[in-house]
Design a protein around this ligand. Structure first.
Ligand SMILES: C[S@@+](CC[C@H](N)C(=O)[O-])C[C@H]1O[C@@H](n2cnc3c(N)ncnc32)[C@H](O)[C@@H]1O
Length: 220
């Protein structure tokens, strides 16, 4: 397990809120139709040429999105920094493998997956670190495989401690906003060509624009 101080803070925060996160956000009900459309486009992309595509839910949390993908035919594995979030994911679907690990050093062999999902899991890493996280995701993706990134769109940093305190816990946590152009550039530098992007305005209860970028690992 990583000793990175930033990761330690994120892990501590999610370990603290894990049970309440699972209870309050059990499925994809918080996702807008456009978010689900991007997840569905990802499923379609990874399913081309693979009957049961192998997909990594990277930063899977409680596994709610992995379960959405599994219900659509993907063989989903999960990895998360927070042992308590991983426990929740395993509790909900004991048949879906979940390990504890970092996006910065994924515990998988190269080219193992047809698809990698980074659904709001890069948001706590400063944008300067994103290219390294995309390169690590690209490493475990087979040539021609697809990556989908979901994130809050914009610039700057938000202190989200209060939102997580709403669960009744004391946590210190911030998230970083980036633009789809910045994400697209980081993906390109990692050998991931952009396929499509979605940027939408905030819905009720959301503070920022939301975005998702779908990319494909170049064949070489
Ligand atoms: C906002 S939650 C999203 C969880 C899940 N993807 C979902 O949509 O419900 C962020 C998750 O990313 C995980 N995470 C954040 N940074 C990570 C890192 N560097 N390596 C692995 N997991 C990380 C956290 O532990 C947390 O479970």
């Amino acid at each position: 397990m990583t000793q990175d101080p930033l990761d330690r803070g994120v892990r501590r925060a999610y370990d603290t809120v894990a049970a309440d996160y699972a209870a309050h956000l059990p499925d994809t009900r918080a996702e807008a139709p456009l978010d689900l459309a991007m997840l569905d486009a990802f499923v379609e992309a990874v399913s081309a040429g693979a009957e049961r595509p192998r997909v990594l839910d990277a930063g899977c949390g409680t596994g709610r999105i992995g379960r959405y993908l599994a219900a659509r035919g993907c063989a989903v594995e999960g990895v998360d920094l927070s042992p308590a979030m991983a426990v929740e994911a395993r509790h909900a679907r004991p048949d879906l493998p979940v390990v504890v690990g970092s996006l910065a050093a994924l515990p998988y062999a190269a080219a193992r997956f047809d698809g990698v999902l980074l659904w709001y899991s890069i948001i706590h890493a400063p944008p300067a670190l994103h290219p390294a996280l995309f390169a690590e995701a690209a490493r475990v993706l087979r040539p021609g495989g697809h990556l989908l990134v979901g994130f809050q769109h914009g610039a700057g940093t938000r202190d989200v401690s209060a939102a997580y305190r709403a669960f009744g816990h004391e946590v210190v946590l911030e998230r970083h906003l980036v633009t789809a152009d910045e994400v697209g550039a980081g993906l390109a530098a990692a050998g991931l060509g952009e396929v499509s992007r979605m940027v939408r305005r905030p819905r009720s209860g959301e503070r920022d624009d939301q975005a998702a970028v779908l990319a494909r690992r170049t064949a070489s």
